[in-house]
Design a binder for this molecule. Structure first.
Ligand code: NI
Length: 173
């Protein structure tokens, strides 16, 4: 495994619609392993392949829900999804702050579906269905947007620099 370089705006790869994965061979396995390592090192709660300059429909998410005291309530679970698609989305929307490893120096409030159902393939190409809500659902929506060339800054004008609100902790993905 090795760390990959995370690319930043305005790199055009971030704006491309990523290609569907059809080959689940060793190159994909290496990419996924590298993405997990890169996401953890960043650190980030999610990563999409275009962020490491691979225009492929692959995302990794690792998110452990925190209690109000800041202690982890649910141990982090790692998701590695290939060709993910949102097949159901709640009509309920929620607004929360998020940031992106590829958009340094700015965070913002983004409206997202409170819950989503995702159909995807796992790293072996087998079909998987995931139901997510709350923060996990938010991270999945952020990562799947990356596969369409969409960045969170496209979805809001409520943006600020992290140093302007150092009390607000904003996860990056
Ligand atoms: Ni991002």
């Amino acid at each position: 495994m090795s760390l990959r370089e995370i690319i930043f705006t305005p790199d055009p790869v971030l704006r491309r619609k990523a290609r569907k994965v059809t080959d689940f061979g060793p190159e994909l396995q290496t990419l996924i392993d590298d993405m997990v390592e890169t996401m953890r090192a960043a650190p980030g709660v999610g990563l999409a392949a275009p962020q490491v300059a691979e225009s492929l429909r692959v995302i990794t998410v690792e998110y452990g829900e925190e209690s109000e005291e800041g202690e982890e309530k649910v141990p982090p679970k790692l998701y590695t999804l290939v060709n993910p698609q949102i097949t159901r989305a709640s009509s309920e929307m929620v607004v929360a702050a998020e940031g992106c490893l590829s958009v340094p120096g700015i965070v913002g409030e983004v409206e997202r579906h409170e819950a989503v159902t995702i159909k995807a393939q796992n790293r072996r190409g087998q079909p998987v269905t995931i139901k997510a809500q709350g923060w996990l659902a938010r991270v999945f929506q952020h990562e799947i947007d990356h596969l369409e060339g969409v960045l969170f800054t496209d979805l809001t004008d409520q943006l600020w620099r992290p140093e302007d609100h150092p009390d607000r902790e904003v996860p990056l993905d």
